[in-house]
Design a binder for this molecule. Structure first.
Ligand SMILES: Nc1ncnc2c1ncn2[C@@H]1O[C@H](COP(=O)(O)OP(=O)(O)O)[C@@H](O)[C@H]1O
Ligand SMILES: [Mg+2]
Length: 235
């Protein structure tokens, strides 16, 4: 496994939010952490990237335990994070926003991402090169957040609810971009509430409920697991 978490327990004050979460994704995979609102998906991602310190358990990235390291160190090792709240800089242009994604001291080899290379994957952003971030639509802002994270040359990408609040047509565009990035050999851990998106994109799916993983299997297995879908996903 490229990224693996083992028996992670995370608290907010007295609340025991993550209760022994274990999951992993391997090179070449899109994995999905799927579950309803408030079950602990974002807390899981934040525990991986160091925004929240887990009380116990391991976060293994390339077999090294990074649990408890500061977020910028974990990012530097190659873990890219696309937050759920699309923190773009509204007064900076699209290009300037992208450049903000370059890490201090970063050196690019030929595989590295540049603004020009990012634009090949996101032609919609290229068309808005000089536009201020604050004037972009929700879908464009989501694209920009993903693209900006790529500028830091991540080896794995964690994306928190990229399709939330987007119109169906835009959801398709975001899905296409995620697939394109995956084709570029970047494994992805996707967090989703939308089962349909997960089934279309992910090979490996973890279903989460109340701080625990309640199902782990392929998208085909989840399609067949009607009980799991009814109990934890569909309303
Ligand atoms: N900073 C915080 N302090 C206290 N409780 C929090 C905080 N962030 C999230 N929570 C609570 O932790 C639980 C899991 O939240 P979260 O991981 O954001 O869920 P999800 O991403 O699945 O919607 C929820 O009950 C939420 O209210
Ligand atoms: Mg969340």
């Amino acid at each position: 496994m490229l990224l693996e978490i083992k028996d992670l327990n995370t608290f907010y004050e007295q609340s025991h939010i993550l209760q022994g979460i274990s999951l992993g994704i391997d090179t070449g995979e899109i994995g999905c952490l799927l579950g309803r609102n408030g079950v602990g998906k974002s807390t899981t991602i934040k525990s991986i990237i160091g925004l929240v310190i887990p009380q116990s358990g391991e976060v293994l990235f390339k077999s090294r335990n990074v649990a408890g390291m500061p977020p910028h160190d974990i990012a530097k090792l190659g873990v890219g994070y696309v937050p759920e709240d699309r923190r773009i800089f509204p007064t900076l242009s699209v290009r300037e926003n992208l450049i903000m994604g370059v890490k201090p001291g970063q050196k690019n080899n030929e595989d590295g991402w540049s603004v020009e290379k990012v634009y090949k994957y996101f032609p919609g952003l290229q068309a808005r090169d000089k536009q201020k971030g604050g004037f972009l639509s929700g879908g464009e802002q989501q694209m920009l957040t993903i693209a900006r994270t790529l500028m830091g040359n991540p080896e794995v990408l964690l994306i928190d609810e990229p399709t939330e609040g987007l119109a169906p047509l835009i959801v398709k565009t975001v899905e296409q971009v995620i697939q394109d990035i995956h084709q570029h050999n970047i494994p992805i851990l996707l967090v989703e509430q939308n089962m349909r998106v997960a089934l279309r994109l992910a090979g490996r799916i973890y279903v989460m409920s109340k701080g625990k993983i309640v199902f782990h299997g392929t998208s085909r297995e989840l399609k067949e697991a009607q009980e799991v879908r009814e109990k934890y996903l569909e309303v």
